[in-house]
Design a protein around this ligand. Structure first.
Ligand SMILES: [Zn+2]
Length: 269
């Protein structure tokens, strides 16, 4: 592979975006906030964009309309689930959020799916639910947990998708293991998808500086983390073929890094 594209583990893209608009977004795991949106997303076939199935804890209508059977049917057709989770700052009553989150986790338990989980201001509650109902690959988005909570999350098999605000926290810098790291833009609907690589690169720079690595090493690392994580879970083949192929190539290159022009530039291996 000549150049490894950016890998965005959490962004929001309108399913109405045209293939041309998505052509230069890099590899993206596109979250959905409601089952209606997910229904549109999972029907799409993009070379570099995978669509998840979500029910956002800040979206009252989506939370009220959540149906676990429909969620399960959509998850069967999707590469991953997200965005689901809890948020104590949301106007959606916490009781309703908890009910939806628990039902979603029960559907996901035992299925080979990565799950992007919103945890803002609700880290302890999210961990409690994940202990009660284990899912294959929990990926914590907007993680603000303390060091002890982060270790608890690691013990539960969690990965952490980091955007710039999270990257600036010292707790993240010191306590999230490198092999659990993913990078995200948390891009919004109104921003152009072509801006995603710039936003991901900015987070790559932040994390690279904090961890004493090069930007190229961080990019390789997150691709390898995705490939290994989903490979172990049996979920790599669910991703769009080009994304799965890039992840496999990076993982198989791990023992022969100089074979890739991208890695040779960085001096790895
Ligand atoms: Zn999000």
């Amino acid at each position: 592979m000549e150049t490894l594209p950016t890998l965005d583990a959490h962004a929001h893209l309108a399913p109405s975006r045209t293939p041309t608009e998505l052509a230069s977004s890099g590899a993206v795991l596109a979250m959905t906030v409601s089952l209606d949106e997910a229904n549109l997303g999972v029907a799409r076939r993009e070379p570099w964009v995978a669509w998840g199935v979500g029910c956002h804890p800040r979206n009252l209508r989506a939370q009220q309309a959540f149906d676990p059977d429909r969620f399960g049917e959509l998850v069967e057709r999707a590469a991953f689930a997200g965005e689901i989770g809890l948020d104590k700052g949301s106007r959606v009553p916490l009781e309703l959020q908890l009910r939806t989150f628990r039902r979603a986790l029960r559907v996901l338990a035992g299925r080979p799916r990565m799950v992007s989980i919103h945890s803002y201001d609700a880290t302890g509650l999210v961990l409690e639910e994940l202990k009660r109902t284990r899912v294959a690959v929990p990926v914590l988005h907007w993680w603000t947990g303390n060091v002890t909570e982060t270790w608890e999350a690691v013990a539960l098999g969690a990965r952490f998708s980091i955007h710039s605000a999270v990257a600036r926290q010292s707790k993240f810098r010191t306590s999230v293991p490198l092999d659990r790291l993913l990078i995200e833009s948390d891009h919004g609907y109104s921003d152009p998808p072509a801006a995603i690589p710039c936003r991901v690169e900015w987070v790559e720079h932040l994390v690279a500086q904090q961890r004493g690595l090069s930007v190229e090493q961080i990019r390789l690392l997150v691709w390898r983390n995705l490939g290994r994580t989903l490979g172990e879970a049996g979920a790599l083949g669910l991703l769009p073929p080009l994304v799965a192929a890039a992840a496999r190539e990076v993982c198989s290159d791990a023992s022969a890094a100089p074979a890739s022009p991208f890695t040779r530039e960085t001096g790895r291996g």
